[in-house]
Ligand binder design. Structure first.
Ligand SMILES: Cc1cc2nc3c(=O)[nH]c(=O)nc-3n(C[C@H](O)[C@H](O)[C@H](O)COP(=O)(O)OP(=O)(O)OC[C@H]3O[C@@H](n4cnc5c(N)ncnc54)[C@H](O)[C@@H]3O)c2cc1C
Length: 377
């Protein structure tokens, strides 16, 4: 394979793809361009690092399940330190009598979930007083070592010949012109032009605005969510599982001798400038007191916003663009990028190298798909 591939974006999506391309023998034909001075400075460096496969979109569940396998049994080059802390996840959702969640059947088939009663829930997570009436235990879920995973993808890709170039911002596209323009490369902020046969948009929250410059309207919403880490506290047990209440909108896990908590806030924003909303602190304090009462007065040590880029059906866009030849999508990971990126990178690399992954999965992730609107977590 000798086509020249340019990847725009050095978050987990782009860096995972770079590694998988290198694994497929395409390293020397691949260049990754990241506008920041370091990889992983945006959503990849701002998230809660939770591996959760129990989500509504089927394709995301499949990607997250495969990513879980990758993290538990990583290939050579990733094995010197763990990539996943399998602390488990206690998930509360719904009410008795509600339809069962969409993820249940495949998770039962994969042997990844167990329904639990309140007594067992309290045993596993005594600090958690959920509003969701049904509780589930996912022993294989947990916390991803994001920085380590990103570093291993990057160093493996670099060793196999991928050029990972930081401080390189793509400003514009170069096309062949004519009635059916073909993408032939990109123009950087300093005016340099780079040629390519395929350009991959893995630019996270900047994917829609980059695509707009090719007159592609992208039904993606750039949204902000906040996280906080409490002050260190003896009351927080470092072994606690992740707890998540889909009904109330809260999740939490131990972090740095304290607790990391999200109130699952969502607001549509421009990616820049990204500012924290102080009102979310009150929401966080209120929900923590209500759902994690023993942790209600821990105090906030850190509080920050991050960007989640949501598609209509809450599954990423992965595949060739229907309108512009030479453009390939790997974006719109919403709140699932850490859980899905290792498998998404593998699938994208396979497609770029001419292999055909499952047709059903391709259709479910195709950027041109018709989507049913889903409510994101
Ligand atoms: C608060 C919060 C909590 C989350 N928690 C979880 C979780 O627990 N589990 C989970 O699975 N997911 C979680 N996510 C989602 C996850 O973080 C994202 O889905 C994932 O990081 C997306 O990765 P990405 O590589 O697509 O985007 P990014 O990490 O944003 O990377 C895109 C990169 O593209 C670069 N770029 C943009 N424009 C250009 C350009 N013109 N030229 C060159 N480079 C460019 C950017 O600088 C950036 O580095 C969370 C997100 C947030 C915000």
């Amino acid at each position: 394979m000798s086509q020249r591939i340019l990847i725009i974006g050095g978050g987990m999506a782009g860096t995972s793809l770079a590694w998988w391309l290198a694994e497929s023998g395409a390293g020397r034909h691949t260049v990754l361009l990241e506008r920041e001075g370091l990889l992983g400075q945006h959503a990849t460096g701002q998230n809660a690092a939770i591996l959760r496969s129990a989500v509504a979109p089927w394709a995301t569940r499949v990607l997250a399940h495969e990513t879980g396998r990758f993290l538990r049994q990583p290939p050579a080059g990733f094995t010197d330190a763990p990539l996943l802390n399998e602390r488990g996840l206690v998930l509360a959702e719904g009410a008795e009598g509600d339809p069962l969640p969409a993820w249940l059947d495949d998770h039962l088939e994969w042997n990844m979930v167990e329904p639990i009663k309140t007594s067992r829930q309290r045993q596993l997570a005594p600090h958690f007083h959920p509003e969701g009436e049904r509780c589930w235990w996912f022993p294989g879920a947990g916390e991803i070592e994001v920085a380590r995973l990103l570093e291993r993808f990057a160093s493996g890709a670099r060793r196999a010949g991928v050029r990972l170039e930081t401080g390189r911002e793509v400003r514009d596209w170069i096309t062949s012109g004519g009635p059916d323009p073909r993408l032939t490369g990109v123009r950087l902020a300093d005016g340099e032009e780079l040629e390519a046969d395929v350009v991959v948009i893995a630019a996270g929250a900047w994917a829609p605005s980059l695509a707009a410059r090719l007159s592609i309207a992208t039904p993606m919403r750039v949204t902000r969510r906040h996280l906080m880490v409490s002050a260190p506290a003896r009351d927080v047990c470092p072994e606690w599982p992740v707890v998540w209440d889909d009904r109330a909108g809260l999740y939490a896990r131990p972090e740095s001798s304290g607790l990391l908590v999200s109130a699952c806030d969502i607001s549509e924003v421009q990616p820049e400038p990204l500012k924290a909303d102080p009102d979310v602190r009150h929401l966080l304090a209120e929900k923590t007191l209500r759902l994690l009462p023993s942790c209600g007065d821990l105090g906030m040590a850190h509080f920050w916003p991050g960007l989640r880029t949501l598609t209509d059906d809450d599954a990423p866009w992965l595949g060739a663009d229907a309108q512009v030849e030479g453009l390939f999508w790997l974006a719109g990971f919403g709140g699932h990028g850490m859980s899905a990126c290792a498998a998404a990178g593998r699938m994208a690399a396979a497609m770029l190298c001419g292999d055909s992954p499952s047709e059903e999965l391709q259709a479910a992730l195709d950027p041109g798909r018709q989507t049913a609107v889903a409510v994101p977590l």
